[in-house]
Design a protein around this ligand. Structure first.
Ligand SMILES: Nc1ncnc2c1ncn2[C@@H]1O[C@H](COP(=O)(O)OP(=O)(O)OP(=O)(O)O)[C@@H](O)[C@H]1O
Ligand SMILES: [Mg+2]
Length: 272
């Protein structure tokens, strides 16, 4: 497997605080869908901001396709490779009109206005904002802004898609749509990294995840292992997915499911 993003002995501390990241090591391989899970204040957003060089390690390093984020010459290429959707869409949205916001990153790409318009419409349709082209961005609901911020990164077609708490403020239908969008993108070869503490979403989507707390990696592994480690999750103010919690209270099933579909299969077999 080919590493696409490597974090080595990363140390970063915000000035005048004891908060930051402490000896973080992580490798993401091409084509993976990886979760970074941790409670509020764990350092998830701080870590993600290192992936495209918005924050720089104070020691250690981050490599994107072998390119070190500490080298300024690499930054424009790294920003094309890594599309980062911010936790708060208000930090990301710059333009007043939806279609201008989505088109913004494409303006210097050499594409014609017609080509840009097709891409903008595709991206808006993908996130469920079809026909929102002329809407005023600051009049959108928070969930709509969230979808817009995802569209404006998707339109750039980055190889590595990094999303910070993408399900926050989305309604259940929005979460389901987003899960399907991300799954399709991943099947089509994109590498996906997502910070979240939405455990049901995590279970449905990730192959592998890292637990982070107080700026340190606590553990790493497949979701079936990590998301069923109830005592470890509790120690870090996390809980297993809802179906896992239900099955924890039911004797005789052996393996604990993490996904709804798995739980349904286990119950069907029991009822047969
Ligand atoms: N600019 C800053 N200056 C000082 N401290 C900061 C700054 N940004 C974040 N922190 C602190 O660093 C720690 C990690 O913050 P971070 O935003 O990375 O956490 P998080 O895991 O993304 O949390 P959440 O789930 O709430 O989004 C927190 O204690 C936060 O208060
Ligand atoms: Mg955060």
């Amino acid at each position: 497997m080919e590493p696409i993003l490597e974090v080595k002995n990363l140390f970063f501390k915000y000035p005048k605080t004891d908060k930051g990241l402490f000896n973080v090591n992580m490798t993401v391989y091409r084509g993976e869908c990886v979760g970074i899970i941790g409670p509020n204040g764990a350092g998830k957003s701080t870590l993600l901001l290192h992936f495209n060089g918005l924050l720089k390690p104070q020691s250690g390093f981050v490599l994107v396709k072998g390119l070190n984020t500490l080298n300024e010459k690499n930054i424009s290429r790294i920003r094309r490779e890594v599309g980062l959707v911010f936790q708060d869409p208000n930090d990301q949205i710059l333009k007043n009109i939806v279609e201008e916001e989505v088109a913004y990153g494409l303006l210097n790409s050499g594409l014609s206005l017609d080509e840009i318009s097709v891409k903008v419409n595709d991206a808006l349709k993908t996130v469920g904002l079809k026909d929102y082209n002329k809407r005023v961005t600051f009049h959108l609901s928070y969930g709509e802004k969230k979808k817009l911020s995802i569209a404006s990164i998707l339109v750039m077609n980055p190889d590595i898609l990094v999303l910070d708490e993408p399900t926050s403020n989305l309604d259940p239908g929005g979460v389901e749509d987003l899960t399907n969008i991300i799954r399709d993108l991943n099947r089509n070869g994109k590498t996906i990294i997502i910070a979240t503490h939405d455990m049901d979403f995590a279970a449905e989507l990730f192959n592998r995840c890292y637990i982070i707390d107080e700026g340190r990696i606590i553990c790493e592994g497949g979701v079936e292992t990590v998301l069923t480690n109830i005592s470890l999750l509790r120690e870090h103010r996390l809980k297993p997915p809802t179906v896992t919690q239900v099955f924890t209270g039911l004797p005789g099933f052996g393996k604990l499911p993490v996904r709804v579909g798995e739980a349904v299969e286990l119950l069907k077999r029991r009822l047969e």
